[in-house]
Design a protein around this ligand. Structure first.
Ligand SMILES: [Zn+2]
Ligand SMILES: [Zn+2]
Length: 612
């Protein structure tokens, strides 16, 4: 952070961002009322809220929040105007030296962060203050009109942060808060936070026995899938396999490691080395000469290079194209340990990967089919809000950030843009954020409680296939290089299941539920009948089990509800005599006694259709 916003970016600040940033001024004012000596650094708006970095001897803790919030309340009540003042550089420097900037009055100490900040403002750019009451801050704006426009706010946390994000700089205290137009919006936000906490994938993952992280023996960020979690990921794989099969994909299987040469050719080495696990060195007697350097193997960070080698393992002609290679490939990325987070940031990832090799003429149709697949999945999972972020190159970055093929960039981007437009898909275009070798699309989705997740990235690659010398023999007998589409609609198991846990709050639909059916005999007499039902269901690959104990039925029902077993079949003497079962669905309650054949047929249909 601390990168100065351009004037353009400032003008584009949304109403909500202005409000949040304005609240950072109010926070700073409140801090100074309590601790006038505080040295303020930066106070930008961030996602959802704002923060202010400051240096202060007193260590602020959440116990201080009520007092700070009370001061903030007074300031918003006063409804002070945010007054813009343009000053000369000399004036600004002089005010910083007298401690007047980021302060309520002049002070014995200079405003040292503001002083440095003034020096970083480009020559010729206007220097402005914003004044609200006694608080005078160096700031380029924009803000809301008055402090009273901030209808509701709350301080949320305090952390330490290095000045300008550089660990060589002194550590500051960073106070985070949120701000909204009105109380209702704040209440909604608070409710969503509560709901997100209740749906936390780490909490539910442990309670439901979905996955475990065993840093001591397995390693940080390397998730173990427990039986219940494995049931979910196998359903996802089946969904992917069936969908891809119908869309003309073929499946492949590749090892988890490859020689150094692979990643030098792909361009991952040396540029991407920091995100890969360090190499394994191998010296085989009789293979490597004693004085020769050891062979180096890397854990794969991507599946693409292996798939490229599959492409070139056989001669290819235009008749083979498009070739759609699919694999749930396991990749390894060396994320910083501080960045690891539950299933969301991990070091081993099982990816719903595929590489589609096609001619430029086939591109539009292939790319469109990929988008269709996304929409199909969104429908199955009840994802109603999504956006595709289409990142393009910049002319200035050619030859540096991007492969130097101006015409290929423009042509490929235009193809992607056309398909996105024609398909009516919801997308935004983001300049200058493409991948090195082609435009990319990040797919962002929102869970039912409105939290945002980046699920997957699609890329169009017009550079790497030629680095690997991939060619197909075209109709005119010449060798041509294919385009390659990288796509992973279901992302990785880790992130996707993490998302689904929150999305469903652990109450998975029948087809995904780790425990689909629990059969409960009321007395011992019904056990054989219940065993028969379980056998019939398991014969159809339904995850069903019987539970009998001497506990009262109510207690057993409660346990099944807590375990989030999807459907309960309760069997008493009367049910058995009528060849029936009493159905109870998790979250829906009692559905009454029904003929056994009808119930089983319905369960099978719901699973087959992947009903919500
Ligand atoms: Zn400001
Ligand atoms: Zn790829």
């Amino acid at each position: 952070m601390a990168e100065r916003k351009t004037l353009d970016e400032r003008q584009q600040m949304s109403e909500a961002e202005r409000l949040r940033h304005s609240c950072a001024h109010v926070l700073a004012t409140a801090i100074l009322k309590l601790w006038p000596e505080a040295q303020l650094a930066y106070g930008p708006a961030v996602e959802d809220g704002y923060y202010y970095d400051l240096d202060l001897k007193h260590r602020i803790t959440p116990d201080d929040f009520p007092a700070i919030e009370a001061e903030m309340k007074k300031i918003t009540k006063e409804n002070l105007v945010f007054e813009k003042v343009t000053v000369t550089r000399e004036q600004a420097l002089s005010d910083a030296k007298t401690g007047r900037l980021g302060a309520l009055t002049e002070r014995p100490e200079p405003s040292r962060f503001k002083l440095e900040n003034i020096q970083s403002i480009p020559e010729g750019e206007a220097i402005t203050y914003y004044k609200s009451g006694d608080f005078l801050d160096l700031c380029a704006g924009p803000h809301v009109m008055r402090t009273g426009n901030i209808g509701a706010f709350k301080l949320t946390s305090v952390a330490s942060a290095y000045y300008k994000g550089d660990e060589k700089n002194p550590q500051l205290q960073r106070i985070y808060g949120v701000a909204f137009k009105n109380r209702t919006q704040l209440d909604e936000w608070l409710k969503m936070q509560e709901e997100a906490k209740r749906r936390d994938h780490r909490k539910l993952g442990a309670e439901m026995g979905l996955f475990a992280l065993d840093a001591e023996y397995v390693g940080p960020g390397l998730a173990l899938w427990l039986p219940n979690g494995t049931a979910i990921i196998e359903e996802l794989e089946t969904l992917a396999k069936q969908t891809e099969f119908q869309a003309g994909y073929v499946r492949v299987k590749t090892p988890h490691i490859a020689r150094e040469k692979m990643y030098v050719t792909s361009g991952h080495l040396p540029y991407y080395a920091e995100s890969m696990f360090p190499p394994m060195e191998l010296k085989e007697p009789g293979v490597n000469a004693p004085e020769a350097p050891a062979d180096r193997y890397y854990l794969k960070a991507m599946n693409c290079p292996h798939h490229h080698r599959i492409f070139s393992a056989q001669p290819r002609s235009y008749r083979d194209m498009p070739l759609r290679l699919a694999e749930y490939g396991c990749c390894y990325r060396y994320e910083q340990s501080g960045e690891l987070f539950g299933l969301m940031r991990v070091r081993s990832l099982n990816m719903n990967d595929s590489h589609i090799y096609c001619s430029p003429e086939q591109f539009a149709q292939e790319f469109n089919a990929v988008n269709e697949m996304y929409l199909k999945y969104f429908k199955i999972f009840g994802i109603e809000k999504y956006v595709m972020r289409f990142s393009t190159h910049s002319k200035e970055g050619l030859g540096k950030k991007y492969v130097d093929h101006a015409d290929l960039w423009l042509k490929t981007e235009e193809m992607v843009r056309r398909v996105l437009k024609e398909s009516g898909i919801n997308y935004v275009e983001v300049p200058n954020e493409a991948a090195f070798y082609g435009p990319k699309i990040d797919v962002q989705v929102w869970s039912v409680i409105g939290r945002e997740f980046t699920l997957a990235t699609n890329q169009v690659d017009f550079a790497v296939p030629s680095r690997f010398g991939l060619v197909y023999r075209d109709k005119d007998n010449s060798d041509k290089t294919p385009l390659c589409i990288h796509r992973a609609p279901l992302g990785t198991h880790e992130r996707f299941v993490g998302f689904l846990i929150e999305h469903y709050a652990g109450n998975f639909p029948l087809w995904l539920a780790p425990e689909q059916v629990r059969v409960l005999p009321i007395t011992q007499e019904q056990i054989p009948y219940c065993e028969e039902i379980v056998k019939e269901l398991r014969g159809q690959y339904v995850r069903a089990a019987m539970e009998f104990s001497n506990d009262k039925l109510q207690g057993r029902i409660k346990r099944a509800e807590e375990a989030k077993a999807h459907t309960m079949l309760i069997v008493g003497g009367r049910d058995q005599a009528a060849n029936a079962v009493s159905v109870r669905v998790h979250g829906k309650g009692d559905l009454g006694s029904k003929p056994r054949a009808e119930v089983i047929a319905d369960i099978l249909a719901a699973i087959r259709e992947r009903r919500a």
